[in-house]
Each structure stands twice: as structure tokens, then as C-alpha cells.
Design a protein around this ligand. Structure first.
Ligand code: PHE
Length: 345
């Protein structure tokens, strides 16, 4: 009698070990048979009274083994099903089949131009400094020699944070000049790429957000000639080895003297004529010698140090490079537009 029961237990253990429920239904059948309220193992415990005393312990161990094997099989098959290595039809997925084409996307044209500029400047020793887009009034305006009520603030109207009259969305990356100069000692040689904001009507040519790359070089004996040579190098790397530049006198509160730099694109094609309004010259950046007031505001001795700074608009360069006619396309995240751009940068 007891031999019979031992045999039954090992037959069931075999069955559990060999079974491989690969679908939800198979697994449920398995559960009902071995783990459900009326499972097949339960009545075997009642057989304990028929087992001779000296075999009772062994029998008990075997029954527990049986139960544990059923539980282990159930949970391993359940996780296999959930992790998807078997399908609901029970067929295994062939993991050796090569995957279909991956859509890895493309870089945004603004990133392409930005990365190119970073590459060009890092080759001559500029490092990248990034800082916040939500700025305080001091770093964006006051430190940059544009105190409250200064008329130059009108040109850079922006968005103020609700409940605060000093926190705003930065109007230019020049705020990073103040961030860097108040925390680092000269020599300082940085570029600061990033997004800026202005309260402007959105049209094909202007937007309330755009990108700039700021440049700042502060050291002993830095001259206007140093700036001009750096900017000529930049223009030739970006627009071709034969590109010429011209500096037109201009005004910024934080530089003195100030200039606007144009690059020569020529008037040969429709695109260059349109972009340069028929003049052949494209305006690409504002620049100048850092105003001594700005150095002093940031705790740098203007008797000892001098520097130059420049701010380059990214969107216009991207639009010129990729012949994009409407700036709004750059902010709409339309994949049909964005999918067209690929480059090593
Ligand atoms: N911050 C200026 C602007 O946004 C550009 C600039 C930067 C000019 C640095 C001079 C020096 O228009």
C-alpha cells in the first residue's frame, strides 16, 4: 500500500518537472491541478495515516518537495509568459532573428549649427559654460550695465515670472557672462550656448524664443584686434575659407566699443540675395570690448584686465545653411520637417 503511494508521489513529481505550460490557459490548468483548492496533492496528505511510522518522515518530505516543485514551476512559467519570451500561442520567439530598421531620428538643425560652433571655438581653447534660462534681473540686466529704467531695456522686453518682479526668462546669453565672471577668476575663455526669450510677435522672421552662443574672453592685455582675429577665424570655419567679415560700429550697454559683424555671402544666388537683402552681407553677431563697468560689477579689476565678448544668433545661421524660410518651423517639432537633417555634428 505505502509503496503505491510513494510511486504516485514520484509520478506526480515527474509530471511537474516535465510539464511546460506555455500559454495562459495551460498555466491555469496546471495551477488548478497542482495548486488549486481541489489540487491533486492535497488528498495525499490524508494518506499519511496509512504510511508505516518509520516511513512517515520520508513521506512528509516527499509531499513537501512535490508542493514546492509545483509552486516553483508555476512561478517560473508565469514570469516567462509575462516577459514575453513565449507568445500567448505558446510558440517561442526566435531571439536570433535580426531586428527591423531602427528609427534613430535626426539632429535638430539648431543643434547641428550649435554643435558646429562649439566645435569651432573649442579648437582655439574656449570651454563651454551653460547656465539657467530663468534668470534674475541683476544677472540679465543690471550687472550687464543696463540698470533699471535704462532705455536699452526696451529692446529686450521679456517674460517675468508670476509673483516676482525680479525673476525673468533671460533675454540673451550675456547673463552667463555675469554668472561666470562672479565665480571665476581671469583668464576666462568661455562660450555659452543656450536658449533665450523675448516678448516679440511670432512671425516667419522672429520668435519669442531662439538660441545664442555667447563668447567671453577676459585676461590681461586683451585687445580689439584679438577679437577681430578670433571672429574672422570663426567666420571662415563656418562660412568657408574665403569668407570676408566687416565690423560696423554699434551699441550695446555692456560693451564699449561695440560692433555688429557681417559675413560676405555675395549676391550670386537668389538665396544669398534674399538673406542679405541684396547687399551680399549677412549680419551674424554683436560684439565688443567688455565695458569696464561690467568687469567691476562682477568683481574684476578693470585696471588690470580687459576682455571681449560676442553673441551669435543660431537660428539665422541655421536658416541660411539649410535654406529654411520660416523660423517657426524650428519650434514646431514636426517630424516631416525635422527628419530631413543629418550631419556628422
Ligand atoms: N547680448 C547681445 C544681444 O543679445 C549680443 C552681444 C553679446 C553683443 C555680447 C555684444 C557682446 O543682442
Amino acid at each position: 500500500m505505502s509503496d503505491n503511494i510513494f510511486e504516485k508521489v514520484s509520478t506526480l513529481l515527474n509530471e511537474i518537472n516535465l510539464s511546460n505550460p506555455g500559454t495562459d490557459e495551460d498555466l491555469e490548468t496546471f495551477r488548478i491541478r497542482f495548486l488549486g483548492t481541489k489540487n491533486i496533492i492535497k488528498p495525499l496528505f490524508a494518506e499519511m495515516k496509512n504510511v508505516p511510522n518509520e516511513q512517515k518522515k520520508e513521506f512528509g518530505l516527499k509531499l513537501n518537495q512535490l508542493k514546492q516543485a509545483a509552486e516553483a514551476k508555476y512561478s517560473s512559467c508565469q514570469s516567462a509568459l509575462n516577459s514575453g519570451t513565449t507568445t500567448s500561442k505558446g510558440t517561442s520567439i526566435d531571439l536570433s532573428v535580426p531586428p527591423g530598421p531602427l528609427n534613430i531620428g535626426a539632429r535638430h538643425p539648431v543643434s547641428l549649427v550649435l554643435n558646429h560652433m562649439i566645435d569651432v571655438f573649442s579648437r582655439i581653447g574656449f570651454t563651454v559654460a551653460e547656465d539657467r534660462e530663468i534668470e534674475d534681473d541683476w544677472h540679465n540686466f543690471t550687472a550687464m550695465n543696463t540698470p533699471e529704467h535704462h532705455p536699452a531695456r526696451d529692446m529686450q522686453d521679456t517674460f517675468y515670472l508670476e509673483g516676482s518682479d525680479s525673476m525673468l526668462l533671460r533675454t540673451h546669453t550675456s547673463s552667463v557672462q555675469a554668472r561666470v565672471m562672479t565665480t571665476q577668476k581671469p583668464p576666462i575663455r568661455i562660450i555659452a550656448p543656450g536658449r533665450v526669450f523675448r516678448n516679440e510677435t511670432i512671425s516667419a522672421r522672429s520668435h519669442c524664443q531662439f538660441h545664442q552662443v555667447e563668447g567671453l574672453f577676459v585676461d590681461k592685455g586683451v585687445s580689439f584686434a584679438d577679437m577681430k582675429q578670433t571672429l574672422l577665424y570663426f567666420a571662415r570655419e563656418m562660412y568657408g575659407a574665403k569668407t570676408d567679415i566687416r565690423l560696423r560700429p554699434s551699441y550695446f550697454p555692456f560693451t564699449e566699443p561695440s560692433a555688429e559683424m557681417d559675413v560676405w555671402l555675395g549676391t550670386e544666388t537668389d538665396i544669398t540675395r534674399r538673406l542679405t537683402k541684396g547687399t551680399g552681407w549677412l549680419e551674424v553677431l554683436g560684439c565688443g570690448m567688455v565695458d569696464p563697468n561690467v568687469l567691476e560689477n562682477c568683481g574684476i579689476d578693470s585696471e588690470v584686465y580687459s576682455g571681449y565678448a560676442f553673441g551669435i544668433g543660431i537660428e539665422r545661421s541655421a536658416m541660411q545653411k539649410y535654406d529654411i524660410s520660416d523660423i517657426r518651423l524650428l519650434f514646431e517639432n514636426d517630424n516631416r520637417f525635422l527628419g530631413q537633417f543629418t550631419s556628422a555634428f
